[in-house]
Design a protein. Structure first.
Length: 232
């Protein structure tokens, strides 16, 4: 399933969501100007490497001259991606679901929410694989937090979704609760099967963090209930 858009209008322009997308795109465009080795160094220097965070050291020459302290890499890693598909998928989800969560919290709180969700997501992955020397990159942990918040507040919102089933392809409208529930189940199954190449536990940790942070950062929970779509 690939979500395309939601039927859930907002009251204000989501400036933080737009800004985060712009920063991610700019960072990726910069990566494309680098040579293959320089691009690899870039990922190692700005990605979050669990071993370096748990052992307070560098894993090798690729990170010895990192321009940022190790403890800041969980933040910089949120704006670095491993490829165009990685970037495109993450930004699509942020574009669809981020504006409504920002609309609830307001720009300032949403920025705090987004960064904290990403940090908790990184921490979850580090706790599971503390000795990993593979850099974690991408905004998916923070975006998982956005999905967790959206799941709680707008479960009935309709998501226009592209569905693939063998040779069957169709665009349908599905409740957000179902779309995001299936997404979470897939993350949990992938984590349980230990599929390599993706920080599955960061996705799960970010999703849970988003649900918790939503109520910590929202000043008045009744205002959240009033924003639920009434007719879908």
């Amino acid at each position: 399933m690939i979500p395309l858009k939601d039927d859930n209008p907002t009251r204000a322009v989501p400036v933080i969501t737009f800004g985060i997308i712009a920063l991610n795109v700019l960072a990726f465009l910069y990566q494309t100007t680098l040579g293959s080795r320089e691009a690899q160094v870039f990922l190692y220097q700005f990605g979050a490497i669990p071993y370096e965070l748990t052992h307070f050291t560098f894993v090798g020459p690729l990170t010895m001259e990192s321009p940022v302290p190790r403890y800041l890499t969980p933040v910089t890693a949120m704006f670095v991606h491993g490829g165009l598909m990685h970037l495109g998928g993450n930004m699509l989800y942020l574009w669809i679901f981020g504006n409504n969560v920002e609309d609830i919290l307001g720009p300032g709180k949403f920025l705090v929410f987004y960064l904290l969700s990403g940090l908790v997501a990184a921490l979850a992955q580090v706790m599971v694989q503390p000795a990993s020397m593979v850099p974690m990159v991408g905004a998916s942990g923070a975006i998982a937090g956005v999905l967790g918040a959206y799941f709680l507040v707008f479960p009935s919102a309709r998501i226009t979704t592209l569905i693939f089933f063998v040779i069957f392809i169709r665009v349908v409208k599905i409740p957000a609760g179902l779309v995001l529930g299936i997404w979470l189940i897939l993350q949990m199954l992938s984590a349980a099967s230990n599929k390599p190449g993706v920080a599955w536990f960061a996705h799960i940790g970010g999703f849970v963090a988003g649900m918790v942070l939503l109520f910590i950062l929202s000043a008045r929970s009744p205002s959240i209930r009033r924003r639920r779509p009434e007719r879908f």
